[in-house]
Each structure stands twice: as C-alpha cells, then as structure tokens.
Design a protein around this ligand. Structure first.
Ligand code: NAD
Length: 435
C-alpha cells in the first residue's frame, strides 16, 4: 500500500492505510463506485463514510497437516462489511490470488447486492489464499474445517452466513456446516447456504445465480429491443455461474459463440453445443480440448463479434485496455467486479449497456435467503415455487433500478448503488450510533 497516497487523501478523518484506494485493486474500484453515488444520496450522504469502512476484518492462519506429513499454513479471511440490515452474508473463495483487498471489495459488493434485491442481510465475504487444485481431497477437507473453526467466532445463522464462491461448492458447505455443528454442539443448518439438498440445502440453489443472470439479461434485452433468440453470446468463466447462464441462454435460442475459462478459449460460429460442453468440463476440468469448437487465442476473446457478453469468472477482466474492443450491445456481469470504473466509462460512452454484478448475479444470494428461511422453519419448498419467487424478485429489482437509471440519467450501476446505499444508510440512521 502507498502510504503517501493515504496521507494525501486523509482529510479530517483519514482512512486506515488498508482501506485506501491507492491502487486500483478491487477495493479501490469499489471506493470509486461509492464516490460516484454519494452526490445522489441527499441527506443520507452524512452516513456514507460507513460504506467505505468494513465493520469487521478477521485474518486467520490456517495450519493443516499435508498428506506427506508436512505442516502447511494458509492465510484465510472473513470480512463483514456492513450488518445494518441483517446478518452478514457472502461466499467463501479458495483461490491463489485471494487478497484482503479482494475480500473487502467482495464483502462490500455483497452489502450493495443484498440491499439492491432487498433481502434482509448485510454483506460479508471470505476466502483462503490457496490453489485448491494442488490439494488432495483430504487436505482440502482439513483446510476447510480448520478455516471454519478459525472464523467460527464471527459466523452463525444470526451473525454471518457463508456460501459457495469460486472453487467452493456444496461439499465445502457440508464440511463447514458439520465443523460448526461439532464446535457448537448443535445442528444449525442455517449457518451456511448452498448446502447439499439432503443437508438442508434448497432446490434451485445451484442454478440460481445463472438463472438470475438470465432473467435480468432478458429484461435488459427487451429494453434494448434485442431478441434473445438468435443473439450471439460470449461467456467468460464456465463454472457455476457461466455454465448455467450459457445453458439458459442457449435453451432460449441464443447462440453461445465463444467461451473462455482458466484453461483456454473456444469459438463456434454456429453456436456451441452447451450440454456437451458442460459434460466435457465436468470430465476434463476446462473448456480446453473440446473437440466441437475452434481454439481461440485468449486475448482474441475480447474481440469476438457478439450481442451479449457475460463475464462470469473473476474481477477486473474488462479494463481500459480492452473495453474499446468489446463488440457486444450489452454486458451482463455474472462475476463480481469484472469491470473497472474506467472501463465502465468507456462502455457507457460507446452506448454498451452494462447490467452490473450487484443486480445481475444476485439470484444466488436470493435463493440462499430462501434456503436460510427454509432451514429456520424446517419446511422445504418445491423447485417451482423457488424459481417463481426468484424470478419475481429479480424482475422487480431490475425494474426498480432501471427506472432510477432513466429518471436520474445515470448508469444502471450507479442506479443500483443509489437504491442499495439508500436502503443501507436508512437503516444505519434508524439504528443510530452505539453507544
Ligand atoms: P466457479 O469456480 O464455479 O467457476 C469459475 C470459472 O472461472 C471457471 O470456469 C474458471 O475456469 C474460470 N476462470 C478462473 N480464472 C480464470 C481466468 N483467469 N480467465 C478466465 N476464466 C477463469 O465459480 P462461480 O461460482 O461460477 O463464480 C464465478 C464468478 O461469479 C465469481 O466472480 C463469483 O464471485 C461470482 N458469483 C458467484 C455466485 C455463485 O452463486 N456461485 C454468486 C454470485 C456471484
């Protein structure tokens, strides 16, 4: 971190150095997004500083015994950005590039997202700096359990509820739930969401984020006069979010012309066979090597001629360096934070509609909310009901931010931040300051 930048930005209440946007990491991007919304917050702007400071940051050492007898240490994080509207809520990421800045930003985007779709949660996020592909199943389980135990002091069904994110899944959540249960002596299924259905998980949760991406994508396309049937779609990331989004768009008649993941990029002018590609990825671990497509150079992915681009991998993929090359009419952000503020400006100036992460990928947390409610009542709904409620919430939320963006003549991202920040700061004001 650049301490002189901290001092320069200090003002009367200097931010601690780890909170400063000295470099455009994900947290810096988030701070810029907040700055853009403050002029729209009216009297609530008085409380806006609260959005720039996570409520609580926990950094934990995660030591485990490896299969060969060595002791390895991993660095883990859990950040609760804001809990004014309810318990913290947000995923856990296992990735070699996880940093505190990233987890802070992801936790803050969770606060915004949960408020944008009006589920009664604050924002939180966690992660471990590790490439899980280098661990054996036993090592992965021990690491997950030790991490859960270490963050156990701040999580709980009424405190902070983790969920899956990049490289974590239903099995990870099952281990987390079991570890919490062992430590507390109670089976509180609601401590995590995204669990297996047989352990109190919800039907429809696995597909929920992709279904939400698809639902708001269709709404946005309607406003643009863009037919989804026949539209050309490019997807970056073919995991939970990218894979399901691609499947639903393909089922609606769109052509998935290009896909990129960590292993490579592929192209098919006629449209990829998505079910076959999903089977290939399940077996091979990547889209690379799929024989019914051409290989595309990774950097060429951004030049692909398409109507809809869905970044569904990691942050900071669309930057000032490639935003001018994008040919899509709209970008639907399946990933969190895939577009930098500078790239946002370029896309807006080029009349490319960006449906921001904080609304586009909120389907996952919405069904996580349903899961948590079902766990508390021990009464489970059928998938039809879950999907219908999800679609209703996503459509209403999108309609709300669309009308704010039209009324105020701001981007959909700023409109979503306006709606969400007003909700968060209103509760902040109602609760007042303790003591
Ligand atoms: P995942 O682990 O299932 O899939 C991640 C995908 O990204 C994989 O296909 C991987 O190959 C690809 N990828 C990784 N590094 C890449 C790189 N350098 N270039 C191109 N592709 C790369 O994860 P996921 O759950 O699908 O999450 C993807 C994004 O969606 C993340 O930003 C996550 O925070 C966000 N998100 C996920 C959920 C959810 O419910 N899973 C909800 C909201 C937002």
């Amino acid at each position: 971190m650049n301490l002189s930048a901290t001092a320069a930005a200090a003002g009367p209440h200097p931010l601690p150095s780890y909170l400063n946007a000295d470099e455009l990491g994900p947290w810096g991007n988030y701070l810029q997004q907040v700055d853009r919304v403050i002029p729209h917050l009216g009297h609530l702007a008085r409380w806006a500083e609260t959005l720039k400071r996570p409520k609580r940051i926990l950094i934990v050492d995660v030591p485990i015994q490896m299969d060969d007898g060595r002791i390895a240490h991993f660095e883990g994080y859990r950040v609760q950005h804001n809990i004014s509207r309810g318990p913290g809520k947000g995923g856990v990421r296992f990735h070699q590039d996880v940093t505190l800045s990233e987890v802070m930003a992801l936790s803050a985007w969770m606060s915004i997202k949960n408020a944008a779709v009006n589920v009664p949660y604050g924002g939180a996020k966690g992660g471990i700096r590790v490439d899980p592909k280098t661990l054996s199943p036993g090592e992965l389980e021990r690491m997950t359990r030790r991490y859960t135990s270490e963050i156990g002091i701040i999580i709980g069904p009424n405190k902070d509820i983790p969920a899956p994110d990049v490289n974590t899944n239903e099995q990870t959540m099952a281990w987390m739930m079991d570890t919490y249960a062992m430590n507390t002596g109670s089976t509180a299924t609601g401590v995590v969401t995204g669990k297996p259905v047989d352990l109190g998980g919800s039907l429809g949760r696995r597909e929920a984020t992709g279904r939400g991406v698809y639902t708001v994508g269709v709404e946005a396309a309607r406003h643009l006069g863009l037919e989804v049937a026949g539209a050309r779609v490019a997807v970056q990331g073919f995991g939970n979010v990218g894979g399901i989004s691609a499947k639903l768009f393909a089922e609606a008649g769109a052509r998935i012309v290009a896909v990129q993941d960590h292993g490579g990029s592929i192209y098919c002018e006629a449209g990829l066979d998505v079910p076959a590609l999903l089977r290939h990825v399940a077996a091979a671990g990547s889209v690379a090597g799929f024989d019914k497509a051409e290989v595309l150079a990774d950097d060429k992915f951004w030049d692909v001629d398409c109507d809809i681009l869905i970044p569904a991998a990691l942050e900071q993929q669309i930057t000032v360096h490639n935003a001018h090359r994008i040919k899509a009419r709209m970008v639907i952000e399946g990933a969190n934070g895939p577009t930098t503020p500078g790239a946002d400006d370029i896309l807006q100036s080029r009349n490319i509609l960006v449906v921001p992460d904080v609304i586009a990928n909120a389907g996952g947390v919405t069904v996580s909310y349903f899961e948590w409610v079902q766990d508390f009542s021990s009464f489970f709904w059928d998938e039809e009901e879950i999907n219908a409620r999800l679609v209703k919430i996503m459509k209403n939320a999108f309609a709300g931010v669309w009308s704010v963006s039209q009324d105020r003549k701001v981007s959909l991202r700023t409109a979503t931040f306006i709606v969400a920040c007003q909700r968060i700061l209103h509760t902040r004001q109602l609760r007042g300051l303790y003591p």
